[in-house]
Design a protein around this ligand. Structure first.
Ligand code: WT7
Length: 651
């Protein structure tokens, strides 16, 4: 058996950025090379200089990198700062009246919030938090819809040195309770409800249930009135408007040292109990700033829209902090892409003049499935840059994004990173290099990534292997809250603490471009060939009738593993004889596209794939289905539980 992961995808298209894009780009090819050279020749100097240029320090740091306690690295350790000051106060003189946030609720209500107004709201709420007994270092869980107050609550915590832990508003009461208890949070900030999918999501009710099931550390629950749905105010509850009533619109920031924990964010990973990823203040802020400049090329006048919820890391780095830290203007939209119809995202882009749009491949594929007539109804001419994150984007979806949304004008930045990395790691710098559909391109300056085999030796061009980061970087996670052992084992265990193990498989092509092949745990082992799931899925989706596909392995006597594909077709779900014919055709198709070895043994058709709330395919569930096992996983968070029956062939 070969130890390497084989790569079978062969994508050769190359897209150069348009001349006018390059002309005004912050970073051009020569600048990018200079940044890389500096990072290579003087790693600490590179990050130290950036930290001095990009961050306003209350007390400057003297030490850039402390590696004396590896794998616990410290950055800018003796510097003092406040991230909320860096996001708000420092812009007031020049940008007080500029829109910081343009908000659109799902029902269509809009608000424009200037930097001055946002600063005042954050200060009032920060003062209110203090009055409610929240102190530096206390944990505050934020369980909110996607409304400006979610950002206000995060910024207010940061302003007073409290540690926030945002829990996605789509999570159940049980998931909320587990995270509250793991963090030992003192307070929950929530709202009566939020508008999603044309309905009111009853957030306060879920909080009540979580508390009834035991959240002993919670002292107060702050409730923002968003929807006006009925809520029962109980002894620990206080209205947001009462918390801020009479509070001053100025609040001196708490100067914290750079390593002070800024937030915890729980990520489930593929197995086990959720991990509370802990980020520090200074290093996190630095990478959030530079990536907004380098990758999103944000300029004055841009309107940036990242569709991610604040419940995910993307909503932290590219909604709550990064765009504000550089004085940008951003859109926040509360709801789903298909309310009242499938044109909503494009209408929001048109109505608010969005110039930079950042979303997930799962959303792109879903919108692609709904057809081109929706984006064609709206004026998307202001768009100049498009981005994706969350999973590998298959070349088919990339091309659709490029032609139908970007009208072949807008570079696409495919950004590889993780909750743990805090900010983009491998991503295009769009004015400085060509892109390739499906590749996240090259590591950013100062990010030393590589693809290695099980022994830690670099593999050759186009050979699959393990993605590692070989040097610490400022926005790296600091630990797993309450479980430092797991932190050491998960990320630093494999190569004797030398490299950070990302948990993804990848290959690097002859131009040094990275291609993510999927999670290591998902690698298929067919007749001694190790294949990434991504490549087989890409081949399936390249078929004109296929909208989405997921493949998993099932034990096989001879081959080791057989490939089972779950396929969503454009238009109607094939059944009976049509399904039989389609199955044959797709097996043949994959065989043609990547070779007989990758031919799925079994294909199941359904209307949807089971996904986590962040849009990742639930492969563990699919593996159980493929093996005909009983489903023991929690499927209550699925949007459509019926799909499980379909995938099992029972409906
Ligand atoms: C995992 C991290 C980073 C914010 C959203 C997800 C996958 C992420 C890409 C990409 C291929 C990607 C990886 C990674 N992933 N971005 N551009 N291309 N794969 O954060 O939930 O921490 O997930 O998402 O597998 O390890 P997360």
């Amino acid at each position: 058996m070969s130890e390497n992961i084989e790569s079978v995808l062969n994508e050769t298209r190359l897209f150069e950025p348009a001349e006018d894009f390059v002309a005004r780009a912050r970073i051009k090819a020569v600048d990018l090379e200079a940044l890389h050279r500096k990072a290579e020749s003087d790693y600490e100097g590179f990050w130290g200089d950036l930290a001095r240029e990009e961050i306003d320090w209350h007390k400057p740091f003297t030490k850039t990198l402390d590696d004396s306690r590896a794998p616990h690295f410290g950055w800018f350790t003796d510097g003092l700062l406040n991230i909320s000051w860096n996001c708000l106060d420092r812009h007031l003189a020049q940008r007080g009246d500029q829109a910081a946030i343009i908000f659109e609720g799902e029902p269509g209500d809009t608000r424009r919030i200037s930097y001055r107004e946002l600063h005042a709201e954050v200060c009032r709420f920060a003062n209110g938090l203090k009055a409610q007994g929240v102190q530096k270092g206390d944990r505050v869980v934020i369980y909110m819809p996607m409304i400006p107050e979610a950002v206000v609550a995060m910024q207010a915590c940061a302003r007073i040195g409290a540690i926030h832990s945002v829990v996605f508003g789509g999570f159940s009461a049980e998931a909320l309770r587990d995270r509250v208890n793991d963090a030992g949070a003192k307070m929950i900030v929530t709202s009566d409800g939020g508008h999603r999918g044309g309905k009111v999501v009853e957030l306060k009710q879920a909080v009540d249930k979580a508390i009834d099931h035991g959240c002993p550390s919670i002292e107060k629950v702050v409730v923002f009135k968003r929807c006006g749905n009925d809520v029962v105010m109980r002894k620990e509850d206080v209205w947001w408007h009462d918390v801020i009533a009479g509070q001053a619109d100025q609040c001196d920031p708490e100067w914290v040292d750079a390593e002070h924990p800024l937030f915890l964010l729980y990520t489930s990973g593929s197995t086990g109990k959720p991990k509370g990823i802990q980020h520090a203040t200074g290093g996190y802020l630095l990478n959030a700033i530079v990536t907004n400049k380098w990758v999103f090329d944000m300029h004055d006048g841009d309107v940036f829209w990242c569709t991610a919820d604040v419940g995910w890391i993307t909503g932290h780095s590219y909604v709550a902090y990064g765009p504000l830290a550089i004085g940008g203007t951003e859109v926040i939209y509360e709801g789903t892409p298909t309310v009242p119809d499938a044109g909503r995202f494009w209408k929001v882009c048109q109505d608010h003049g969005v110039t930079i749009f950042y979303t997930a491949p799962t959303a792109i594929r879903a919108l692609m499935k709904l057809g081109e007539t929706w984006p064609e109804k709206y004026d998307l001419s202001k768009l100049r840059l498009l981005g994706t994150v969350g999973e590998p984007i298959n070349p088919e979806a990339w091309m659709w994004y490029h032609t139908v949304i970007g009208k072949e004008r807008c570079p696409i930045v495919d950004t590889w990173w993780q909750t743990e990395t805090g900010a983009h790691m491998i991503a295009p710098v769009p004015g400085a290099m060509p892109t390739k559909p499906g590749s996240c391109t090259r590591p950013l300056p100062g990010i030393i990534a590589d693809v290695v085999n099980e022994e830690g030796h670099p593999v050759g061009a186009n050979q699959g292997g393990l993605l590692v980061i070989k040097k610490p970087w400022p926005s790296m996670l600091r630990t797993i809250w309450g479980d430092d052992d797991r932190f050491r084992k998960t990320y630093w265990g494999q190569f004797g603490g030398k490299y950070y193990l990302a948990g993804d498989s990848a290959r690097r092509d002859e131009d040094g471009y990275f291609w993510i092949m999927g999670r290591i745990d998902d690698v298929l082992n067919v007749s001694g060939h190790r294949l990434g799931t991504m490549e087989v899925e890409s081949a399936l989706v390249a078929h004109p009738r296929v909208a989405e596909a997921a493949v998993v392995g099932r034990p096989h006597d001879v081959k080791g593993e057989a490939i089972v594909a779950f396929v969503i077709c454009k238009g109607e779900r094939p059944t009976g004889a049509t399904a039989e014919a389609m199955l044959k055709e797709l097996r043949e198709w994959v065989s043609q596209e990547i070779g007989p070895i990758a031919k799925p043994d079994d294909i199941r058709f359904a209307d949807n794939l089971p996904k986590t709330r962040s849009g990742k395919i639930m492969r563990r569930l699919l593996r159980s289905i493929a093996r005909g096992e009983e489903i023991t996983q929690d499927t209550s968070t699925l949007e459509n539980e019926q799909v499980v029956l379909q995938l099992q062939g029972k409906a």
